[in-house]
Design a protein around this ligand. Structure first.
Ligand code: NAP
Length: 248
Protein backbone atom coordinates (compact mmCIF):
# COMPACT_ATOMS: atom_id res chain seq x y z
CA UNK A 1 0.00 0.00 0.00
CA UNK A 2 2.86 2.42 -0.81
CA UNK A 3 0.49 4.82 -2.63
CA UNK A 4 -1.92 5.18 0.31
CA UNK A 5 -3.51 8.66 0.49
CA UNK A 6 -2.08 9.63 -2.92
CA UNK A 7 -4.42 10.72 -5.70
CA UNK A 8 -3.88 9.49 -9.26
CA UNK A 9 -5.63 11.05 -12.25
CA UNK A 10 -5.73 8.84 -15.37
CA UNK A 11 -7.03 9.71 -18.83
CA UNK A 12 -8.99 7.05 -20.71
CA UNK A 13 -9.36 4.37 -18.03
CA UNK A 14 -12.79 2.97 -18.96
CA UNK A 15 -11.09 0.20 -20.95
CA UNK A 16 -7.76 -1.42 -21.83
CA UNK A 17 -4.40 -0.23 -20.51
CA UNK A 18 -5.85 2.74 -18.58
CA UNK A 19 -8.23 0.42 -16.74
CA UNK A 20 -5.36 -1.91 -15.80
CA UNK A 21 -3.33 1.06 -14.53
CA UNK A 22 -6.28 2.28 -12.43
CA UNK A 23 -6.72 -1.15 -10.82
CA UNK A 24 -2.99 -1.55 -10.22
CA UNK A 25 -2.49 1.87 -8.59
CA UNK A 26 -5.67 1.39 -6.52
CA UNK A 27 -4.38 -2.00 -5.34
CA UNK A 28 -1.40 -0.06 -3.97
CA UNK A 29 -3.70 2.35 -2.13
CA UNK A 30 -4.08 5.31 -4.53
CA UNK A 31 -7.39 7.13 -4.91
CA UNK A 32 -8.34 7.17 -8.59
CA UNK A 33 -10.02 9.80 -10.77
CA UNK A 34 -10.32 8.95 -14.45
CA UNK A 35 -12.04 10.25 -17.56
CA UNK A 36 -13.52 8.55 -20.60
CA UNK A 37 -15.27 9.59 -23.81
CA UNK A 38 -18.22 7.24 -24.44
CA UNK A 39 -18.09 4.11 -22.27
CA UNK A 40 -20.42 5.15 -19.44
CA UNK A 41 -21.29 1.63 -18.34
CA UNK A 42 -17.68 0.42 -18.28
CA UNK A 43 -16.66 3.56 -16.36
CA UNK A 44 -19.37 3.06 -13.73
CA UNK A 45 -18.36 -0.60 -13.37
CA UNK A 46 -14.72 0.35 -12.85
CA UNK A 47 -15.60 2.94 -10.18
CA UNK A 48 -17.45 0.22 -8.23
CA UNK A 49 -14.55 -2.23 -8.65
CA UNK A 50 -12.03 0.38 -7.46
CA UNK A 51 -14.12 1.16 -4.39
CA UNK A 52 -14.03 -2.52 -3.36
CA UNK A 53 -10.24 -2.07 -3.09
CA UNK A 54 -10.86 0.46 -0.31
CA UNK A 55 -9.93 3.64 -2.21
CA UNK A 56 -11.87 6.70 -3.35
CA UNK A 57 -12.80 6.55 -7.04
CA UNK A 58 -14.62 8.79 -9.51
CA UNK A 59 -15.14 8.88 -13.26
CA UNK A 60 -15.75 11.92 -15.47
CA UNK A 61 -17.06 12.03 -19.01
CA UNK A 62 -14.64 14.60 -20.42
CA UNK A 63 -13.23 14.73 -23.93
CA UNK A 64 -9.44 14.83 -23.66
CA UNK A 65 -9.37 17.01 -26.81
CA UNK A 66 -11.23 19.79 -24.98
CA UNK A 67 -8.91 21.77 -22.67
CA UNK A 68 -11.73 23.37 -20.68
CA UNK A 69 -13.36 20.00 -19.98
CA UNK A 70 -9.99 18.54 -18.93
CA UNK A 71 -9.24 21.52 -16.67
CA UNK A 72 -12.67 21.20 -15.00
CA UNK A 73 -12.03 17.47 -14.39
CA UNK A 74 -8.54 18.08 -12.97
CA UNK A 75 -9.71 20.94 -10.70
CA UNK A 76 -12.70 18.97 -9.43
CA UNK A 77 -10.47 15.97 -8.68
CA UNK A 78 -7.96 18.10 -6.76
CA UNK A 79 -10.69 19.83 -4.77
CA UNK A 80 -12.79 16.78 -3.91
CA UNK A 81 -9.92 14.31 -3.38
CA UNK A 82 -7.83 16.86 -1.46
CA UNK A 83 -4.78 16.94 -3.72
CA UNK A 84 -3.11 15.51 -6.80
CA UNK A 85 0.07 13.42 -6.85
CA UNK A 86 0.14 11.14 -9.91
CA UNK A 87 -0.84 12.07 -13.48
CA UNK A 88 -1.17 9.34 -16.12
CA UNK A 89 -1.79 10.44 -19.71
CA UNK A 90 -3.18 7.33 -21.40
CA UNK A 91 -6.21 8.16 -23.59
CA UNK A 92 -5.44 7.39 -27.21
CA UNK A 93 -6.91 6.28 -30.53
CA UNK A 94 -5.76 4.92 -33.88
CA UNK A 95 -7.08 5.70 -37.37
CA UNK A 96 -4.69 3.54 -39.43
CA UNK A 97 -4.52 4.18 -43.17
CA UNK A 98 -1.99 4.66 -45.95
CA UNK A 99 -0.96 8.32 -46.00
CA UNK A 100 -2.46 8.89 -49.45
CA UNK A 101 -5.88 7.80 -48.15
CA UNK A 102 -5.70 9.68 -44.87
CA UNK A 103 -8.29 12.44 -44.64
CA UNK A 104 -7.55 15.64 -42.67
CA UNK A 105 -9.99 14.41 -40.03
CA UNK A 106 -7.96 11.20 -39.52
CA UNK A 107 -4.94 13.38 -38.76
CA UNK A 108 -6.76 15.86 -36.58
CA UNK A 109 -8.59 13.29 -34.44
CA UNK A 110 -5.41 11.32 -33.75
CA UNK A 111 -3.11 14.30 -33.10
CA UNK A 112 -5.73 16.12 -31.04
CA UNK A 113 -6.58 13.07 -28.91
CA UNK A 114 -3.12 11.57 -28.43
CA UNK A 115 -0.74 14.53 -28.43
CA UNK A 116 -2.87 17.57 -27.62
CA UNK A 117 -4.80 15.46 -25.09
CA UNK A 118 -1.58 14.61 -23.24
CA UNK A 119 -0.56 18.27 -23.30
CA UNK A 120 -4.00 19.37 -22.05
CA UNK A 121 -3.90 16.97 -19.09
CA UNK A 122 -0.34 17.87 -18.06
CA UNK A 123 -0.96 21.60 -18.52
CA UNK A 124 -4.12 21.47 -16.40
CA UNK A 125 -2.33 19.55 -13.62
CA UNK A 126 1.15 21.06 -13.59
CA UNK A 127 0.47 24.19 -11.55
CA UNK A 128 -0.86 22.09 -8.67
CA UNK A 129 2.24 19.88 -8.72
CA UNK A 130 4.58 22.88 -8.95
CA UNK A 131 2.89 24.59 -6.00
CA UNK A 132 3.21 21.48 -3.82
CA UNK A 133 6.76 20.87 -5.11
CA UNK A 134 6.12 17.18 -5.82
CA UNK A 135 4.43 14.88 -8.30
CA UNK A 136 4.96 12.24 -10.95
CA UNK A 137 3.73 12.16 -14.52
CA UNK A 138 3.70 9.16 -16.85
CA UNK A 139 2.61 9.49 -20.49
CA UNK A 140 1.71 6.43 -22.52
CA UNK A 141 3.35 6.63 -25.92
CA UNK A 142 4.02 3.70 -28.31
CA UNK A 143 6.84 1.86 -30.07
CA UNK A 144 5.20 3.27 -33.20
CA UNK A 145 6.54 6.68 -32.14
CA UNK A 146 10.06 5.24 -31.82
CA UNK A 147 10.50 2.92 -34.83
CA UNK A 148 7.53 4.05 -36.98
CA UNK A 149 4.94 1.61 -38.33
CA UNK A 150 3.28 1.53 -41.77
CA UNK A 151 -0.28 2.99 -42.00
CA UNK A 152 0.38 4.85 -38.73
CA UNK A 153 1.94 8.14 -39.90
CA UNK A 154 -0.64 10.11 -37.90
CA UNK A 155 -0.37 7.89 -34.82
CA UNK A 156 3.45 7.64 -34.93
CA UNK A 157 3.72 11.43 -35.23
CA UNK A 158 1.44 11.88 -32.20
CA UNK A 159 3.39 9.34 -30.15
CA UNK A 160 6.83 10.68 -31.15
CA UNK A 161 5.50 14.09 -30.11
CA UNK A 162 4.72 12.71 -26.65
CA UNK A 163 8.32 11.54 -26.25
CA UNK A 164 9.69 15.03 -27.04
CA UNK A 165 7.07 16.61 -24.79
CA UNK A 166 8.04 14.23 -21.95
CA UNK A 167 11.75 15.09 -22.19
CA UNK A 168 11.12 18.81 -22.37
CA UNK A 169 8.71 18.85 -19.44
CA UNK A 170 11.04 16.61 -17.40
CA UNK A 171 13.81 19.21 -17.75
CA UNK A 172 11.40 22.09 -17.09
CA UNK A 173 9.98 20.82 -13.79
CA UNK A 174 12.79 18.71 -12.30
CA UNK A 175 13.75 21.52 -9.92
CA UNK A 176 10.21 21.36 -8.47
CA UNK A 177 10.74 17.70 -7.52
CA UNK A 178 8.44 16.53 -10.33
CA UNK A 179 9.42 13.55 -12.49
CA UNK A 180 8.07 12.99 -16.00
CA UNK A 181 8.49 9.71 -17.90
CA UNK A 182 6.89 7.88 -20.80
CA UNK A 183 6.01 4.22 -21.32
CA UNK A 184 6.03 2.84 -24.86
CA UNK A 185 3.99 -0.36 -25.22
CA UNK A 186 4.32 -2.62 -28.24
CA UNK A 187 1.28 -4.70 -29.21
CA UNK A 188 -0.98 -5.08 -26.17
CA UNK A 189 -4.22 -7.11 -26.10
CA UNK A 190 -6.95 -4.46 -25.86
CA UNK A 191 -9.84 -3.21 -28.01
CA UNK A 192 -7.31 -1.03 -29.85
CA UNK A 193 -5.37 -4.07 -31.02
CA UNK A 194 -8.56 -5.60 -32.38
CA UNK A 195 -8.78 -2.59 -34.75
CA UNK A 196 -5.42 -3.57 -36.35
CA UNK A 197 -5.69 -5.73 -39.50
CA UNK A 198 -5.16 -9.47 -38.91
CA UNK A 199 -2.45 -9.70 -41.60
CA UNK A 200 -0.52 -6.85 -39.97
CA UNK A 201 -0.78 -8.50 -36.55
CA UNK A 202 0.55 -11.79 -37.94
CA UNK A 203 3.45 -9.97 -39.60
CA UNK A 204 4.39 -8.04 -36.48
CA UNK A 205 4.08 -11.13 -34.27
CA UNK A 206 7.08 -12.54 -36.16
CA UNK A 207 9.12 -9.53 -35.01
CA UNK A 208 8.41 -10.06 -31.29
CA UNK A 209 11.21 -12.10 -29.68
CA UNK A 210 8.94 -13.09 -26.76
CA UNK A 211 6.48 -14.38 -29.41
CA UNK A 212 3.24 -13.06 -27.93
CA UNK A 213 1.32 -9.83 -27.55
CA UNK A 214 1.49 -8.11 -24.17
CA UNK A 215 -1.19 -7.78 -21.51
CA UNK A 216 -2.49 -4.48 -20.11
CA UNK A 217 -1.33 -5.57 -16.64
CA UNK A 218 2.25 -5.81 -17.93
CA UNK A 219 2.16 -2.13 -18.89
CA UNK A 220 0.48 -1.22 -15.59
CA UNK A 221 3.31 -2.89 -13.65
CA UNK A 222 5.89 -0.63 -15.28
CA UNK A 223 3.74 2.45 -14.65
CA UNK A 224 3.45 1.40 -11.01
CA UNK A 225 7.24 1.25 -10.74
CA UNK A 226 7.74 4.63 -12.42
CA UNK A 227 5.31 6.42 -10.08
CA UNK A 228 6.84 4.76 -7.02
CA UNK A 229 9.66 6.07 -4.88
CA UNK A 230 11.83 3.23 -6.25
CA UNK A 231 12.05 5.30 -9.46
CA UNK A 232 12.98 8.56 -7.69
CA UNK A 233 16.15 9.00 -9.79
CA UNK A 234 14.45 8.37 -13.15
CA UNK A 235 13.07 11.23 -15.24
CA UNK A 236 12.78 12.09 -18.93
CA UNK A 237 12.93 8.43 -19.97
CA UNK A 238 10.82 6.28 -22.27
CA UNK A 239 10.50 2.71 -21.00
CA UNK A 240 9.65 0.24 -23.77
CA UNK A 241 7.28 -2.67 -22.94
CA UNK A 242 7.10 -4.64 -26.18
CA UNK A 243 8.42 -8.19 -25.78
CA UNK A 244 11.65 -7.06 -27.45
CA UNK A 245 10.03 -5.98 -30.73
CA UNK A 246 11.77 -2.62 -31.08
CA UNK A 247 15.11 -3.50 -29.51
CA UNK A 248 18.11 -1.91 -31.15
P1 NAP B 1 -8.47 1.24 -25.84
O1 NAP B 1 -8.67 -0.11 -25.26
O2 NAP B 1 -9.05 1.57 -27.17
O3 NAP B 1 -8.94 2.33 -24.74
C1 NAP B 1 -8.81 3.69 -25.03
C2 NAP B 1 -9.26 4.50 -23.84
O4 NAP B 1 -9.08 5.91 -24.15
C3 NAP B 1 -10.73 4.32 -23.52
O5 NAP B 1 -10.91 4.39 -22.12
C4 NAP B 1 -11.37 5.53 -24.21
O6 NAP B 1 -12.62 5.95 -23.65
C5 NAP B 1 -10.31 6.58 -23.98
N1 NAP B 1 -10.44 7.69 -24.92
C6 NAP B 1 -10.33 7.65 -26.27
N2 NAP B 1 -10.54 8.88 -26.80
C7 NAP B 1 -10.82 9.69 -25.76
C8 NAP B 1 -11.16 11.07 -25.65
N3 NAP B 1 -11.26 11.85 -26.74
N4 NAP B 1 -11.39 11.59 -24.42
C9 NAP B 1 -11.31 10.79 -23.31
N5 NAP B 1 -10.99 9.49 -23.35
C10 NAP B 1 -10.76 8.95 -24.56
O7 NAP B 1 -6.91 1.56 -25.99
P2 NAP B 1 -5.63 0.94 -25.23
O8 NAP B 1 -5.07 -0.12 -26.07
O9 NAP B 1 -5.95 0.66 -23.82
O10 NAP B 1 -4.65 2.19 -25.35
C11 NAP B 1 -4.32 3.01 -24.23
C12 NAP B 1 -3.08 3.84 -24.59
O11 NAP B 1 -2.00 2.95 -24.89
C13 NAP B 1 -3.26 4.71 -25.83
O12 NAP B 1 -2.60 5.93 -25.67
C14 NAP B 1 -2.60 3.89 -26.92
O13 NAP B 1 -2.15 4.71 -27.98
C15 NAP B 1 -1.46 3.26 -26.15
N6 NAP B 1 -0.90 2.07 -26.78
C16 NAP B 1 -1.68 0.95 -26.97
C17 NAP B 1 -1.12 -0.16 -27.60
C18 NAP B 1 -1.90 -1.45 -27.83
O14 NAP B 1 -1.39 -2.32 -28.56
N7 NAP B 1 -3.08 -1.62 -27.27
C19 NAP B 1 0.21 -0.12 -28.02
C20 NAP B 1 0.96 1.02 -27.81
C21 NAP B 1 0.39 2.12 -27.18
P3 NAP B 1 -14.03 5.31 -24.18
O15 NAP B 1 -14.08 3.93 -23.58
O16 NAP B 1 -15.08 6.19 -23.60
O17 NAP B 1 -13.96 5.28 -25.65
Amino acid sequence: MSLKNKTAIISGASRGIGRAIALRLASEGANISFNFLKSKQEAAGLVEELKTLGVKAASFQADIKDYNAVKAWVDKTRDTFGGLNIVISNAGIIRDKALALMEPNDWQEVINTNLLGAIHLCRAAIITLVKQQSGVIVAITSVSGIVGLPRQTNYAASKAGIIGFTKSLAREVASYNIRVNAVAPGFIETDMLSEVRQEAKEKFMQQIPLARFGRPQEVAGVVSFLVSDEARYITGQTVVVDGGMAMK
